[in-house]
Design a protein around this ligand. Structure first.
Ligand code: SF4
Ligand code: SF4
Length: 111
């Protein structure tokens, strides 16, 4: 997918999100992260901000790359947000340099 299409997809999926948080209860990584960016709602928001800004923080990258792509969150989403698709495309944009990221990424897990 071209970067422009990927960016549009991410923004479209984010626009569906109602911030209800139902997805968060299903996410296996959220309890082990230091903030909501380690969960589905936060990841969709992080990806949309990264597209809007053309860059992402180290914490944002950590959130995007700690997703297991398990899709458990999507079973709970009443709005049908393609959370896994958003995370996959955010990674693709990062890998292609379409979203700028810091060189050093801290992965902080708590529990
Ligand atoms: S796909 Fe990612 S965000 Fe969704 S439940 Fe699995 S780990 Fe959490
Ligand atoms: S369940 Fe769906 S609509 Fe609700 S916060 Fe999560 S992604 Fe957004």
């Amino acid at each position: 997918m071209e970067p422009g299409e990927a960016a549009s997809f991410i923004l479209r999926e984010y626009s569906k999100c109602m911030s209800c948080g139902f997805c968060e209860a299903a996410c296996p990584t959220l309890p082990f992260g230091p903030h909501r960016g380690y969960g589905p709602r936060g990841r969709v928001r992080l990806a949309s901000l990264a597209v809007e800004n053309g860059s992402i923080s180290a914490e944002g990258v950590a959130g995007i790359y700690t997703c297991l792509l398990c899709a458990a969150c999507m079973l709970r989403c009443p709005a049908g947000v393609d959370i896994v698709g958003v995370v996959r495309l955010a990674r693709e944009l990062l890998a292609r340099g379409a979203i700028r990221a810091p060189e050093r990424i801290p992965l902080r897990l708590v529990g």
